[in-house]
Design a protein. Structure first.
Length: 394
């Protein structure tokens, strides 16, 4: 005679257990979606989506790709792959094989072994071995915003129909978050354009006229140098005075654009908070340390334009490391050495060939350093990480 079934072992036979399971799933989805909506940059939203989906469905690997119009991916983020693995894998995938099929077909795909599906083609030698597979398109109406896929479920048995339904539900919320993030970034870009236009007007009104007068006076001094040295000396004095006035007004514009966090927290705490925020948001470790007497202590106050330059260079270097380096660790160091303040942002990621790199904000960081009398150096090599070093007078 068979033994009676244990209700605790069969959720379907235990309505209370079924309700608890359903509530747990809804709580997980709600927590993940709320985590997504707290972050407004598109890249951060994608990373939170991937991380949340991997936790929600207990997958070892997760990835999300946003297609571009050239057969590649404008954004591609993954969970479960280290920076060293990314460096060995190489460039992000193109829209081929299963990824391309999902973009074209726009329907979920659930497989016990992706390698046995005829749509699968290949992956790079260093790519982790994927077996059980669950992929869902992220759509906005008829538009495919991207695809999210999971592989190698930690729980034996692979992904089931309930997992597919859950990831489909999650993808619908992810579409809203991605759309909102894109709208926010576009709005921010418009704000930046408006701010640059305002700055251009202020610089023109406050500084350009003085610089024009300064140029004319300098020409007059040069013309008088041989015929009337006394008047030439007076003109040179006027040039010096006008140059000082122009510099003062230019600094006033810079101070007006000073980030609010510097006034609230100071440079050291602003950098510490930036590193702590990125450490929470991203899978890599982001650490901040100081050496020597920090700015603000015992007479080591920095000029406002220097504080702005240091903070902006740190933010740009961190952005590059988080987005491009595929690093496991990023270290931010601020050191006071004699008459100089030194900022270093170092990652252990993929690195790059310094001779062939373009973009990454390097020219703007260099311009910021030069504007405050500092120097910027960038050291990197493929597979050996990157160090951005800024030294400014203190």
């Amino acid at each position: 005679m068979p033994e009676p079934a244990d209700p605790a072992a069969d959720p379907a036979a235990d309505p209370a257990a079924s309700v608890r399971d359903r509530d747990a799933v809804l709580h997980a989805v709600s927590s993940a979606v709320l985590a997504v909506t707290r972050h407004l940059s598109v890249r951060e939203v994608l990373q939170v989506i991937v991380r949340s989906a991997a936790r929600l469905l207990d997958a070892k690997y997760a990835a999300l790709g946003v297609p571009d119009d050239d057969g590649a991916f404008a954004e591609f983020v993954a969970e479960g792959i280290s920076g060293e693995q990314w460096a060995a894998i190489g460039p992000t995938p193109r829209q081929h094989g299963m990824l391309g099929a999902m973009l074209r077909e726009g329907t979920p795909v659930r497989l016990p072994d992706i390698r046995r599906d005829p749509r699968f083609e290949w992956w790079p030698k260093a790519h982790p071995i994927l077996k059980d597979f669950l992929g869902v398109p992220i759509t906005d109406g008829d538009t495919v915003l991207g695809i999210i896929f999971l592989s190698n479920k930690r729980t034996p048995g692979g992904f089931d129909e309930a997992d597919e339904e859950l990831l489909t539900l999650f993808a619908a919320h992810a579409a809203i978050a991605i759309t909102n993030a894109r709208l926010y970034e576009r709005g921010r870009e418009l704000t930046v354009v408006e701010e640059r236009t305002r700055m251009a007007r202020e610089l023109h009104d406050a500084v350009s006229q003085k610089l024009f007068s300064l140029r004319l006076t300098a020409r007059a001094a040069a013309a008088l140098a041989r015929t009337d040295p006394e008047r030439a000396a007076e003109a040179i004095e006027r040039v010096e005075r006008m140059a000082g006035e122009a510099l003062t007004e230019l600094r006033a514009v810079i101070v007006e654009l000073r980030p609010a966090e510097l006034d609230r927290h100071g440079l050291v705490e602003s950098l510490r908070k930036q590193a702590a925020l990125l450490d929470r948001l991203h899978p890599m470790t982001v650490a901040f340390t100081t050496e020597g007497e920090p700015p603000g202590d015992r007479g080591l106050d920095l000029a406002p334009e220097i504080e702005v330059a240091v903070l902006r260079v740190a933010q740009e270097a961190l952005h590059n490391a988080v987005r491009h380096a595929r690093a496991a660790r990023i270290d931010v160091r601020l050191a006071h050495r004699e008459d100089a303040l030194v900022l270093e942002v170092t990652d252990d990621g993929a690195g790059f060939d310094e001779a062939g790199v373009h973009g990454l904000g390097l020219p703007s960081m260099g311009d910021r350093a030069q504007a405050v009398g500092g120097t910027l150096t960038v050291s990197s090599a493929p597979g050996r990480g990157t160090t951005v070093r800024l030294e400014v007078p203190a």
